[in-house]
Design a protein around this ligand. Sequence first.
Ligand code: SF4
Length: 177
Amino acid sequence: MNRLRLATAWLDGCSGCHMSLLDIDEKLVELSEKIELVYSPLVDFKVIPENIDVALIEGAVSSEADREEIFILRARSAILVSFGDCAVTANVPGMRNKFSLEDTLSRSYVENATLGKCIPLDNVPKLLEYAKPVHEYVKVDYFLPGCPPPAGVILSTLTDLLNGRLPAIEGKTRFGA
Ligand code: SF4
C-alpha cells in the first residue's frame, strides 16, 4: 500500500497543535509505517511538494507569508484540514483584530521593547490587517477544533483518512478543549 503523503503547516499558532500530534506517542511508530511526512516544521524540507494527500494546517493566516503558503498548500493537497482552533476561527491570533495594525506593531516592537525600539521593515513577514481563519482564503475539507485537538482525535482523524473514511470527530473534541 502506498503511504499517505502528509504535510503539516504552522502558520500563526503556538505549535501546541503540533505538540498534540506528537502526543500520539508510541502510535507515531505505527503511523509512520503508513504515512510519509513530506512537509512540516517537524522535518527539514524547505519546499512544499506536489501531490500531498492530506495537509494539516495549524494557525491563523496572519501574514503575507502565511497567505502564500496556504495558497500553495491548497493547490498541492487533495485534502486540507483546519487543524485546531486558530486555524478554524483565528482564536488567539484573532485577538489583535480589534486593534489597528499600526497599534499592534507599535505595542509589540516599541511600547513593550527595552532595546531597539523600532518596527522592523526587512526580513520579517509583512502582517496582514487581520488574522483570519484558513477557510477565509481557501477551501477547507475538514475542521478539527480544539486548543489543541486531543492527540487521540488527531490519530483517529488520520486513521479515518488513511482508510478512506470521513473523519468522525463528533463529541470527541470541542472549541477551547
Ligand atoms: S489552537 Fe491552541 S494549541 Fe493550537 S496553535 Fe492555536 S493556541 Fe496553540
